[in-house]
Design a protein around this ligand. Structure first.
Ligand code: PGA
Length: 255
């Protein structure tokens, strides 16, 4: 992390976990543990728990995010949720382009770009996910692939709106597998993403961009990952479901 240049952001991605009752318990446990955090704290909860999470976190330093958003403003899109519906509810963040959406729900670089633009236009902050599959890493194309994902995702986004975008580097082989990228591997690809942002915009924009690592980040390995200069935070799945573990990661980012 380089906190003189940019904000550290730790976001929990709950995925399809927790009922409303469980949401209340987890958030109520979390709030006192992270009240002095010196980083941005976000919980990305299922759509059905957003209102509960927003109400519980009012007046605290915990921000609420959704896990997806549709790119159209309204219309015949059964089952979808628009950016305006989220902001009206008090939601501040949204995860876009998570690898599980790319793998299981037909998300492409093009739809990631559309969602990013719609979210930014509505005033949401975007946690924009990129990352390579294991076979792509083995083929030696990680850097090019992640640069391409970043480039397409940011197409048509004004430089003035970059402060609403956080990029999460999530190697797909590290997600939910217990296999973490080494701190050096994470830093290397986060640096590639930063260089890509510099190429598209300029160095100042790249220096100001928060770039997270995600993929089996936990209470035990967070401090080392976050010690790297280009790793500005984390997008945390499994370990965000336990208040104490998530708080340990947040404390590591607060140093
Ligand atoms: P994980 O998930 O921490 O459980 O690996 C990370 C993510 O998918 O955002």
């Amino acid at each position: 992390m380089n906190k003189t240049l940019r904000k550290a952001v730790i976001a929990g991605n709950w995925k399809m976990n927790n009922t409303r009752v469980e949401t209340k318990a987890l958030i109520n446990d979390l709030i006192p543990l992270v009240k002095d955090a010196d980083c941005e704290v976000v919980v990305c909860v299922p759509f059905t728990n957003l209102e509960t999470a927003v109400n519980l976190t009012k007046g605290t330093n915990v921000k609420v995010g959704a896990q997806n958003v549709h790119f159209e403003k309204s219309g015949a899109f059964t089952g979808e949720i628009s950016a305006d519906m989220l902001t009206e509810m008090g939601v501040e963040y949204v995860v876009v382009g998570h690898s599980e959406r790319r793998q299981y729900f037909g998300e492409t670089n093009v739809t990631v770009n559309k969602r990013t633009k719609a979210a930014v236009a509505a005033g949401l902050k975007v946690l924009l996910c990129v990352g390579e599959l294991l076979e792509e890493r083995e083929q030696g194309i990680t850097d090019e692939l992640v640069a391409l994902q970043t480039k397409i995702a940011l197409q048509g986004i004004d430089k003035a709106d970059l402060n609403k975008i956080i990029i999460a580097y999530e190697p797909v082989w590290a997600i939910g597998t217990g296999k973490t990228a080494t701190a050096d591997q994470a830093n290397e690809v986060c640096a590639v993403i930063r260089a890509t942002v510099a190429k598209i915009y300029d160095q100042a924009a790249a220096d100001a961009m928060t770039i997270q690592y995600g993929g089996s980040m936990n209470a035990g390995n967070a401090a080392e990952l976050l010690s790297k200069p280009d790793v500005d935070g984390g997008l945390i799945g499994g370990a965000s479901l336990k208040a104490a573990d998530f708080a340990t990661i947040i404390n590591a980012a607060s140093k």
